[in-house]
Design a binder for this molecule. Sequence first.
Ligand code: AMP
Length: 281
Amino acid sequence: MQIIRSIKKIQSLTRQLASDGKRIGLVPTMGFLHDGHLSLIKRALKDCDIVITTIFVNPTQFSQGEDLSKYPRDEKGDIQKIKSAGGTIVFIPKVSDIYPDDFDSSVEVLSLTQTLEGESRPTHFDGVTTIVAKLFNMTRPDIVVFGLKDYQQAMVLKKMSTDLNYPIKFIIAPTVREKDGLAMSSRNKYFNEAERQEALCLSYALKTAKQMVKADIKDCKLIQKEMKAVIKATCKTAKIDYIAFTDFNSLAPTKVVVKNTICSLAVRLHNVRLIDNLKLM
Ligand code: AMP
């Protein structure tokens, strides 16, 4: 497995690989990897000869007051994990190379970024689309794999890629969960055992929503009310940022659960902000 830190090197290597006819897969991450990230690498390996995993804690997608400075890092452990998942290249660029002092550009998706995460974190998606466009230009992948866990992010990036004519196939891979239902996240590391139990409020709420839909209750207001009750019963101090019901493809809000409705939520608990989602139909 090759570890590359230089932008020039990754550009010349990927150009060479492409001219050798290799199919390149890309898995962008912020590191502190868990099985959810590794599932993306394994998925990319199914369709590609070469899988590039990037590790870059992207400062521009964090707003002031968010957890950039304490975001967990473990480069050595990450490299081992990527190797054991079968990854072929790890790209770990420096912040100063990605954003030199005179960096002055931004890639923006206009509409899809106005709701859900975009509403709670106004500058977040511009940071995400800009870094991913840069990574696309550096690695020129045939395929990219993102997690459904960050569903809106995947849809925003897909739109950016289509609008800017990147010839890249998008794969959105399922959310990997702990046995008890907690969606794997690098941020789970912030919790002690008792807090981690309370973090189950998100998956419990989504499970409740799914059960209600199965019982033919499809009014989003009713479902949301129950979800709020479940969250409060599991974690008294939880602060709900949003519980939203939208169409999977357009992200348009819906009042009634229909085919392709996805429920997304963001909750703050014990100074950590978690997100999760589940397709209800
Ligand atoms: P991050 O390092 O958190 O920025 O995530 C990098 C990629 O991993 C994104 O495409 C995420 O959606 C994906 N990801 C994060 N958590 C999970 C999970 N539990 N299951 C599947 N994919 C995930």
